[in-house]
Design a protein around this ligand. Sequence first.
Ligand SMILES: [Zn+2]
Length: 116
Amino acid sequence: MAISFGHDRPWGGVSQREYRRMAQDPGHILTYRVHFAAIGWADRQGHAAFAPGKLAALLSKKGQPLSDQSTTGAITRAKQLGLVSPRSGAACLVLPSHLFQKGKGAPVPCRLHLDR
Ligand SMILES: [Zn+2]
């Protein structure tokens, strides 16, 4: 499917590899690292699924995985700022289609969000 954000809504591409790198950089604010992870790992439907504990490990500080509580808190703040969809959780970060679209990749069903 062609990428389209609608009339008069220009768009540009980003390197998901770079966003994956930035998501793991503790120099960035945690809330934005969640956003970076969502972009870095998003599939064609804007879903970034993580195995249990994987996101907390990606958001680690000084080699220590983030606690469940801190991970949940960071996701909550990212939701409040509209950086990820309200449907997001530690197991799957979701980007709404007005924010993210991807032209390539297999349409793999999300094991968490079965309705998509
Ligand atoms: Zn999902």
